[in-house]
Write a protein that binds this ligand. Structure first.
Ligand code: NAD
Length: 309
């Protein structure tokens, strides 16, 4: 298939591109390189440096003539969304609408949207959280990702297209930015390997569902290969891990004996996030297969090379 992957120079997007290229697809990457990196784009993919909100977008899509789009480009930082909600909405909401409008003009009818689970469901006692749980985002980022999901469904109804939303859990793995605030695995890995202190916010007993980026890329490949599957699907392990346990595993793997420091709890931080992956198994025949220890080892191995550069 001919595919466009927006955000294909970013963390999640670049792994999806590697996987899709490996499956034999012709892949076009659309990315403005704001957080993405040219060097992460697979050499066999065609990179189009373009903003989602650019008037050139339809032209780029018309030239690539994709049969489907994987939409992973986003302003992906919760902290930045709080600091600058207008920018967040501009990229995540208006950028998505611009992309859907360009799809309509060019005649693309299949979009797989990369959304978020934890930030969309918000704090809840229904764990693991299924897709039909009420959505109660607690940050501008969660709201903008959810708004884009709604736009996608509306677009699909209007043009007779098919829209699939994958709601990702907390993704970790090689290429995640250790300077960002989102990826605690990347932050700890980098700090452990460079001898810097690791700070756990609050008591460290907050839990997350950590899914390896290679498994997410596999889920996206399944989504592309199943054009009739629509709706929202969690992409997660269904396994909860506390930040304390995560630190212990990473420190042991990095050969570091020192304990983490504890800082004040982050105001408004979600206590528990755990997604129900049953629908992904039923509809996409996908389950996460990388055990946390193995994924953390791959991640540390990659960061070791980065630190040595
Ligand atoms: P990332 O910042 O590495 O990737 C985002 C990519 O989008 C970057 O390559 C960036 O350059 C590009 N981009 C940003 N604004 C753009 C614009 N206006 N026009 C064109 N390109 C633009 O972040 P990521 O973690 O890889 O996130 C990818 C997707 O996965 C996002 O949609 C995010 O909401 C979603 N997601 C990520 C996680 C996670 O744990 N990393 C969890 C849930 C959902």
């Amino acid at each position: 298939m001919r595919l466009v992957v927006t955000g294909g120079a970013g963390f999640v997007g670049s792994h999806a591109v590697d996987r899709l290229v490996g499956d034999g697809h012709e892949v076009h990457v659309l990315d403005n390189l704001s957080t993405g990196k040219r060097e992460h784009v697979n050499a066999a993919a065609h990179l189009h440096v373009c903003d989602l909100r650019s008037p050139r977008l339809a032209e780029v899509l018309a030239a690539a003539r994709p049969e489907a789009i994987v939409h992973a480009a986003a302003q992906a930082s919760v902290a930045r969304s709080v600091a600058d909600p207008v920018h967040d909405a501009s990229v995540n909401v208006l950028g998505t609408i611009g992309l859907l409008e360009a799809c309509r003009v060019v005649g693309v009818t299949r979009v797989v949207y990369v959304s978020t689970g934890g930030a969309a469901y918000g704090d809840t006692h229904v764990l693991p959280t299924p897709e039909d749980h009420p959505l109660r985002p607690a940050s501008p980022y969660g709201v903008s990702k959810l708004a884009a999901e709604r736009w996608l469904d509306c677009w699909a109804d209007l043009i007779g297209g098919t829209a699939l939303t994958l709601r990702l859990a907390n993704v970790y793995g090689p290429r995640q930015d250790p300077a960002g605030e989102a990826g605690v695995v990347a932050i700890f890995a980098w700090r452990l390997l460079t001898g810097s202190p690791c700070v756990v916010n609050g008591d460290g007993e907050q839990t997350r569902d950590y899914v390896y980026v290679g498994d997410v890329a596999e889920a996206l490949a399944h989504a592309v290969a199943a054009p009739a599957v629509v709706g929202a699907i969690n992409i997660a392990t269904g396994v909860a891990t506390s930040v304390n346990a995560l630190y212990e595993k990473l420190a042991a793997c990095a050969g570091v004996a020192r304990p983490p420091q504890h800082g004040p709890p982050r105001p408004g931080e979600q206590r528990r996030s755990l997604l129900d992956p049953a629908r992904a198994k039923a509809r996409l025949q996908w389950t996460a297969t990388t055990p946390l220890d193995e994924g953390l080892a791959h991640t540390l191995e990659w960061f070791r090379k980065e630190v040595g550069r």
